[in-house]
Write a protein that binds this ligand. Structure first.
Ligand code: PXP
Length: 237
């Protein structure tokens, strides 16, 4: 299983003082050196963490792969087509939310999402849809041309008791197996941490996990190298 790191929270910390430290690009390069398989950034409409300049520099310097999380808006689609990340992950985006709150409404946004996938695909960029682990949403994702899905693990991560935790884990497992049977690549992420990632990593139909906040937070205490390597050992056993 691969591990991509989401570095949005490094940019959050930098922006808190309007200075240029800590530099998310430096974090990305160090994370690559310590073994991650990819770098994820979410370029939000309000640019609250990652800025356009960060994206440009990352595109030039990273050696693994760039996964651009974004809403399916004309402005950001245009930026993606110029930047050419190795993957675009389409997510729902609300201005008032603290972080992405759940999977896409693929049914309600079908026409918009299909159009976005078509444009990005025309620029040679594969598209992943961030979705809830449900069969009909996976079917619809395939139907509108997604090559990847990213299963939202937030409900699993926030489970209040053992039974909810295991039910959600099994829902994710069933969804990942089903998506694989449709020939989709399967990523997973949101809310994964040093306690719950091993269970997700035991699902062998998931190709990659995308993790941010927990690893960035752990880096503050133990340093970037240890934080990344501890997560890699949880993911790869
Ligand atoms: N995947 C997606 C689609 C996300 O929106 C986020 C958060 O930006 C993550 C993964 C990473 O979540 P976390 O920071 O909770 O690990």
């Amino acid at each position: 299983m691969k591990f991509s790191i989401n570095i949005d929270h490094v940019a959050f910390l930098r922006n808190a003082r309007g200075e240029n430290r800590p530099d998310p690009v430096t974090y990305a390069l160090m994370a690559e050196e310590f073994g991650v398989d990819g770098i994820v950034v979410h370029l939000r409409e309000d640019r609250r963490h990652i800025k356009d300049k960060d994206l440009q520099i990352l595109r030039e310097v990273i050696k693994t792969k760039l996964d651009l999380e974004m809403a399916a808006t004309d402005e950001i689609i245009g930026i993606a087509c110029t930047t050419k990340p190795e993957l675009v992950t389409l997510v729902p985006e609300k201005r008032e939310e603290l972080t992405t709150e759940g999977g896409l409404d693929v049914k309600g946004q079908k026409i918009r999402l299909r159009e976005a996938i078509k444009i990005l695909d025309g620029s040679g960029i594969p598209v992943s849809l961030f979705i809830e682990p449900e069969k009909d949403i996976i079917d619809l994702s395939k139907e509108i041309g997604a090559q990847f899905i990213e299963i939202h693990t937030g409900v699993f991560a926030n489970a209040k008791n053992e039974s909810d935790y295991h039910n959600e884990l099994s829902r994710i497992c069933t969804a990942a197996e089903y998506a694989k049977s449709l020939d989709l690549s399967v990523n997973a992420g949101h809310g994964l941490n040093y306690h719950n990632t091993r269970d997700i990593a035991s699902i062998n139909t998931i190709d990659e996990v995308s993790i941010g906040q927990a690893v960035i937070a752990h880096s503050v205490f133990v340093g970037i190298e240890k934080a990344i390597k501890e997560m890699i050992s949880l993911i790869r056993g």
